[in-house]
Design a protein around this ligand. Structure first.
Ligand code: GLC
Length: 787
């Protein structure tokens, strides 16, 4: 491990597939924060809110289109692919925002609206003037009659009657799939394909991490087909993917394909097309299951969903910037959804419902939590739509889908803290519906109240981020007799998460067949609450109305013993320490710490740990590190978190066997790293580590971690005391464990690790130094130095 910059995007084996673990926040630049008081959000405003997003815990932002545009489809009508709409700032602002996001470890996904342009795009203006059959004309699809491609459906049913529009300049019809001011690009033209590759390179070169491919099923059209999902479209996407892979190693393509599962999955190819695709059909079925109080719709669609390639991921969402689309349901199901979720016809648009999450769910807090619980535990990367983390309302009386695109509500001040502008100047009015009024529903209010939805979402996201099983785990649906309860297992390496959801508004009891996990203990994750051990009988659980549990099934075959701690990582051993709160080592630390004599909080239960910093201690002669000093924040069930220092070393093969035989109590965990078996153990028991620390001190070296630095502070006494000691002097741990750990080096020096970190200078060190350096008091041991 080398010293890393203080902040930045995570490295390590999972870095290239970051999207698999992503928690995505969908945000519209114009709706988030207005920095210059013109009533429209902008990149400077968004930059200023990155700390909020980091605290929320999201790992990627998906930005709606921010390019020059006449804004007749909120920016999905692009008139220039390479600039920023002047309302939102400049390219320089965009770059500053991108840097700000990356510095906070947040990835950025932007829109690649590749299927169509605005009719104000220079390509279209040029095309309508160009002679038929010319390269420029053929950037779009033209026809003498509006009869071709008759089997293609009309998507914006409330606004359009045909997919053809007549252009009086070209004296010909042009093809479009959405609004008529959005002429479809003609992907049969190699010039169009090349032009789009250039656009992709332009943004990826700038550092954008992912592209959402808008309306991707419609790139090609052929007579006699529905003009969706054609083989030509897939061939083009594969070409695009290999183009991207050839130039970059960690970028992501996300398909917006509102399709049935088997058609959507095709956009992932064999792992060689898009990296992600939205799972559209599962979304309305979550809403149906909640209203019918029956798990069937969810289980059914999950069964219908084919497996996806191992390097891919679903995008999951409850709501987004569009209507809650009802295209991927049957006619009866659609009628049902309209009846129960959109009784007011004003709430309906096209084939869907234009409402935000909270109003859809009747502002029922428990239901909102349950739905988010599902979103964050079903397979896929969850997408949170801005404002839904505070339960924002909507305004169905605004046109088109604007009712769900109103300004973010930051506080109870003017314009909800979104903008200083005259309220009449805002791009859309702030929500003032009495139930969801911005004065009540806003970030500032919820930040002050630990019971708010915002705080609950922060906790939910933090929990999700702790376990790879949620993002990468397998799915195993249990089918208990009570159909009002949905239960499933997510398993990844040694993580086993059991999710139990009560879809009913009333209390339910359920018996789960957990025989495969007999002897294990379910630990409820929000409260670290241990449930009874799984025995021979079906596991009995009761749940309050719309309640849900996330359990970790913990193996306690040897309760608390070292043998029960075991980790598997794919890369090298140091991967076990990487990832802060997500580092694999956190999974075994609670049990390891609880057994240590020097762990001072015996009366309190450890809820979780978080690796705050890792400092490699260099080994002999520039070799690999002798071990790592690891600072761990320990969250307890009561009181404030505490920080402890661990010394961690790795051994495999014969060395590991020696440790297992002679010093089993020093083992932190068994570790299989990259398929090789070994152990992580307390480095204070390794002579090489103690000598390495002394060496660091003697040479006054500074060691850097990710967030902090270790300074050497030797006293004048050190040289004399260490004189004549070899770099491999014997170092013997004092076996009676105390509240700190000590090692006797070369029969001359005592190396003491103060385990619990506290602010300020340790009194032992301060007094010892004074007696050694100032007073030269002969009757107390000299202090050689400190780190
Ligand atoms: C996608 C977008 C939607 C837009 C349409 C046309 O479906 O999500 O907002 O109107 O494409 O570009």
């Amino acid at each position: 491990m080398t010293a890393q910059p203080v902040v930045g995007l995570a490295a390590g084996p999972d870095a290239a597939t970051w999207y698999q673990d992503a928690v995505i926040y969908e945000v519209h630049v114009r709706a988030f924060a207005d920095s210059d008081g013109d009533g429209i959000g902008d990149f400077k405003g968004l930059l200023g809110k990155l700390d909020y997003l980091q605290e929320l815990g999201v790992t990627a932002l998906w930005l709606l289109p921010f390019y020059p545009s006449p804004l007749k489809d909120d920016g999905y009508d692009i008139s220039d692919y390479r600039r920023i709409h002047e309302n939102y700032g400049t390219l320089r602002d965009f770059r500053a925002f991108l840097r700000g996001a990356h510095d906070r470890g947040i990835r950025v996904i932007t829109e690649l609206v590749l299927a169509h342009t605005s009719d104000e795009h220079p390509w279209f203006k040029r095309a309508r003037m160009a002679p038929p059959g010319s390269v420029h004309r053929d950037f779009y699809t033209w026809s003498e009659t509006p009869d071709r491609y008759k089997d293609a459906r009309i998507i914006f049913q409330d606004f359009e009657t045909s997919n053809w529009a007549f252009d009086s300049v070209a004296k010909s019809y042009y093809w479009h799939r959405f609004y008529s001011h959005q002429p479809a690009l003609n992907y049969d033209s190699p010039h169009v394909r090349q032009a789009m590759f250039d656009v992709v390179d332009y943004w990826l070169d700038m550092g954008v991490d992912g592209l959402r491919l808008d309306a991707v099923p419609y790139l090609f059209s052929r007579d006699g087909t529905t003009c969706e999902n054609l083989p030509e479209t897939h061939a083009f996407l594969k070409e695009l993917r290999s183009h991207v892979d050839a130039k970059y190693d960690d970028r992501m393509l996300l398909a917006e394909a509102n399709q049935w599962p088997e058609d959507a999955v095709a956009y992932l190819g064999d792992g060689d097309e898009c990296h992600m695709a939205f799972h559209f059909p599962v979304m309305p079925r979550i809403f149906m299951a909640a209203r019918q109080e029956d798990r069937f719709p969810i289980v059914d669609i999950l069964t219908e969903t084919p497996p996806i390639p191992s390097n891919c991921q679903w995008g999951m969402f409850l709501r987004n910037h569009d209507e809650l689309t009802l295209e991927m349901v049957t006619d009866e199901e659609r009628d049902y959804m309209y009846r129960v979720y959109a009784e007011d016809p004003q709430a309906r648009i096209n084939v869907g419902i234009r409402r935000r999450l909270a109003p859809l769910l009747g502002n029922d807090r428990r239901l909102i939590e349950m739905m988010n619980g599902l979103l964050f535990s079903l397979p896929g990367a969850p997408v949170v739509y801005y404002g839904d983390e505070i339960g924002m309302g909507d305004n169905i009386y605004l046109g088109d889908r604007n009712g769900v695109r109103t300004p973010m509500q930051w506080d109870g001040d003017r314009n909800a803290g979104f903008s200083d502008a005259n309220p009449q100047r805002l791009y859309l009015p702030v929500v003032i519906d009495p139930e969801y009024h911005a004065q009540a529903v806003n970030v500032a209010n919820q930040d002050e109240n630990p019971s708010s939805l915002l705080w609950w979402m922060r906790r939910l996201i933090a929990l999700r981020n702790r376990f790879h099983a949620f993002s990468r785990g397998s799915l195993d649906v249990l089918l208990p007799e009570n159909r009002k309860v949905l239960a499933f297992l997510r398993v990844f390496e040694d993580e086993r998460i059991l999710v139990v959801v009560n879809l009913s508004r009333f209390t339910q009891a359920v018996e789960l067949d957990l025989s495969a996990y007999r002897g294990m203990t379910p630990v409820e994750l929000f409260g670290s609450t241990q449930f009874p051990e799984i025995g021979d009988l079906p596991y009995f659980v009761t749940l309050g109305g719309h309640g849900f549990y996330w359990f970790s099934l913990e193996d306690n075959s040897e309760p608390g013993g070292d043998a029960s701690r075991r980790l598997t990582v794919r890369g090298g051993a140091s991967d076990a320490l990487k990832g802060g709160a997500k580092a694999p080592l956190n999974r075994v630390l609670p049990s390891y710490l609880a057994e240590r004599r020097w762990f001072g909080d015996k009366s309190r239960r450890i809820r979780s740990t978080e690796i705050a910093d890792v400092i490699p201690v260099p080994g002999n002669n520039g070799g690999p590190p002798a071990g790592h000093l690891v600072v761990v924040d320990v969250n307890l069930d009561q009181g404030l978190p505490e920080s402890y220092v661990l010394a961690v070393a790795h051994a495999e093969g014969d060395d590991a066997a020696e440790i297992r035989k002679w010093r089993p109590e020093s083992i932190i965990t068994d570790l299989s790293a990259g398929g090789r078996e070994g152990v992580l153990y307390d480095a204070m028991t390794a002579p090489a580590f103690s000598n390495a620390l002394l060496d660091v001190m003697s040479r006054r070296r500074r060691l850097s971690g990710k967030h902090g630095r270790l300074e050497s502070l030797p006293t004048r006494a050190l040289r004399g005391l260490r004189d004549g000691l070899d770099a491999d002097a014997p170092a013997v741990p004092i076996s009676t464990e105390q509240s700190n750990s000590s090692v006797i080096v070369g029969n001359r020096l005592v190396l003491k690790v103060i385990r619990r970190m506290e602010e300020g200078v340790n009194p032992d060190v301060e007094v010892g130094r004074y007696l050694t350096e100032q007073v030269r008091f002969p009757n107390s041991p000299m202090v050689a130095g400190s780190l």
